[in-house]
Design a protein around this ligand. Sequence first.
Ligand code: AMP
Ligand code: MG
Length: 325
Amino acid sequence: MKIVAPTASSIEDAVRLLRKGGLVAFPTETVYGLGGDATNERAVVAIFEAKGRPRFNPLIAHVPGAADAQRFVRWSAAAERLAAAFWPGPLTFVLPRAERSPIALLATAGLDTVAIRAPAHPVAQALIRAAGLPLAAPSANRSGAVSPTRAEHVAESLGERVSLILDGGPCAVGVESTVLDLTGATPVLLRPGGATREAIEAVIGPIALSTALPMGDAARSSPGQLESHYAPSRPVRLEATTVSADEALLAFGPHPPAGAVMTRNLSPTGDLAEAAANLFAHMRALDRPEVGRIAVMPVPHTGLGLAINDRLRRAAADDGAKRQG
Ligand code: AMP
Ligand code: MG
């Protein structure tokens, strides 16, 4: 495994690997992705294997922009308006598979829909354009673990399961993309993420939350949405306003309680964008053997707070469900 700076020559190396069905970890503005050719079944199998991810969990296809997306999905008026407002950026659309779409069936876990996004990170853009391929790219970590927001996290989690990591520094957004189902009359938010509900509704009007669907329906329409996910190895306690002596504190805001084994503050000023960018790195930093439990202070449930609280809730869920990645 090599961690390399993204240069014209390392991107060429990466493209050579991708064209042969190999895997490359690369930075996006959300988290690091483990990329493979989304049209190559073997490359997609290799992604599932490297992550240890159950195969019913479909992957997002990454493309340079809206013009490219239309080869793979049946585009719509809502997609057009949202892409104009958010792409490239942290918003994924679920749309019907286009006729003769070359996206591997395994990448969509047999669904007749495709999840697709244009990432904003310049290294992701350069890589996808140079490869001339849509890249399937789930987060570059073992299934169920905390998502990587730095190249070192990828190396720690995947080790020799990935041969090349392009190091683009820390991810600016820090939580995964928002996944929006555009296949029905009303768009449905399947996963809160880097694009906020408020910003989306400002463009296309009211959207529905998948949490409003019966649990089974939500799991079927977006199979990645199982409870336990993004999980550190230590237990997690939410809504903490005090800490005990064996706990590490994931703080938010200017007045964290004293007395924790160690403390990391998501944002001392209470800024949700800063908190999202720090979330996974801080969770990793607190996930240490000497810590009995990770206590997490309340985070407001607006804007990026929806995505942050979603990941925190999954980190705390210990429901015995198979961890997805
Ligand atoms: P990740 O690759 O870890 O960012 O996760 C991708 C997310 O997108 C998971 O929650 C998947 O369940 C969801 N997803 C991917 N493809 C589809 C699809 N065709 N329909 C619904 N959800 C999808
Ligand atoms: Mg993931």
